[in-house]
Design a protein around this ligand. Structure first.
Ligand code: GTP
Length: 337
């Protein structure tokens, strides 16, 4: 009989250095995508797959998470927190967070920066059917150099794991959602800085561990840098990607839909006429000047976009005043480095 997998750990303690300057004041997993903190998208995805208990493994800016997520009741599951005084790396964080879980069944682990439509339930079933020690969600990308890359045999058992290399042997990458059996977690040394990618996976493979790859080609995006954050927002708003967390925030009145391609927070002023033609999110209290045009943009809370500005694929910092008639494309306006 298959065991039901009900526990998850979210790795949300990284420094998010590639996401600076946005991460100077907010940890990467709390940055908003389509108006909803990134971690919330993952919590809702986990709940929909049957997860009932989540530990957030925090370190950098740990204090930001608990006031927002509380004990999880608002999100329909139990949430607790494992805070690392100094960052333990992905493996050390998993070992530390697992102590807070109530059961000893397999655990779903999410990297805190992946937006995906992969079928998590199927990944869980695949893990059980293969009697795997670890199951990695894999996806194929055109350029795999910046990722962990695996080689598989015909049964989808992982033969090699290669972390970030110049000439990767395949384009099949670690897509950042794993299932670990509890005894594998317990084999990770305690209170040590450990990387699952550089130490745990290669170590398990050297010891004949049963690592399998669950290949899924649905939407996947690594939200590692500010450009990806903009893309994730516009993909969610324009329907290229989907997340029930957006629907729930709309239903709760936390965010609002102005038309099919624009979502916004409270008290936004749209001076008429203005045009927003695809995938924009406007933060609470912002003012969008008349005759301005915005496409694939995120405008921070209380920012002002001057009249006749044309902004394409651009991120406006909270509170920033974009002067009238500004033309900007692929820009980050008002962020200090
Ligand atoms: P960069 O600094 O820009 O590489 O981003 P990052 O710090 O988020 O690192 P990376 O993308 O490699 O991390 C993958 C995931 O693991 C992210 O969700 C991080 O938040 C998380 N993570 C990385 N290191 C740690 C750690 O030491 N502790 C915890 N709890 N989470 C971590």
């Amino acid at each position: 009989m298959q065991r039901k997998i009900t526990s998850a750990i979210l790795l949300v303690g990284g420094m998010g250095t590639r996401m600076q300057p946005l991460t100077f004041s907010t940890p990467k997993p709390m940055l908003k995508v389509a108006g909803v903190p990134f971690t919330e998208h993952q919590i809702v995805k986990a709940r929909e797959a049957g997860i009932t208990e989540i530990v957030l493994a925090t370190s950098f800016m740990a204090e930001i998470f608990e006031p927002y997520f509380g004990n999880g009741e608002k999100f329909g599951l139990k949430i607790s927190y494992a805070v690392e005084e100094s960052a333990l790396g992905t493996g050390g964080a998993i070992r530390n967070a697992a102590k807070k879980l109530s059961g000893t069944g397999p655990v779903v682990i999410f990297n805190g920066d992946v937006l995906s439509s992969h079928n998590l339930r199927e990944q869980m079933e695949f893990h059980e059917t293969n009697n795997a020690d670890v199951t990695l969600y894999l996806t194929e990308v055109p350029d795999a150099r910046a990722f962990g890359v695996v080689e598989l045999d015909a049964s989808k058992r992982i033969l090699t794991f290669n972390e970030k290399m110049e000439n990767p042997p395949t384009n099949m990458i670690n897509a950042g959602c794993y299932i670990f059996n509890h005894d594998v977690i317990e084999s990770i040394p305690e209170n040590a800085v450990i990387s699952v990618e550089r130490e745990t996976f290669p170590g398990l493979l050297n010891n004949d561990g049963r690592l399998f790859g669950f290949v899924d080609s649905n939407y996947w995006l690594d939200i590692g840098n500010p450009g990806a954050l903009l893309k994730a927002t516009s993909d969610l708003i324009s329907g290229v990607a989907s997340s029930s967390a957006v629907d729930e925030a709309l239903a709760d009145g936390r965010i609002f839909r102005r038309d099919s391609t624009l979502l916004h927070g409270e008290n936004v002023v749209f001076e008429q006429p203005s045009t927003q033609d695809s995938g924009c999110f406007i933060g609470s209290g912002a003012v969008i000047g008349s005759q301005s045009t915005l496409s694939r943009c995120v405008v921070g809370e209380n920012a002002i976009v001057g009249e006749k500005a044309v902004l394409i694929n651009t991120f406006v910092a909270p509170g920033f005043h974009v002067p009238a008639a500004t033309l900007a494309e692929n820009a980050f306006l008002g962020f200090t480095r």
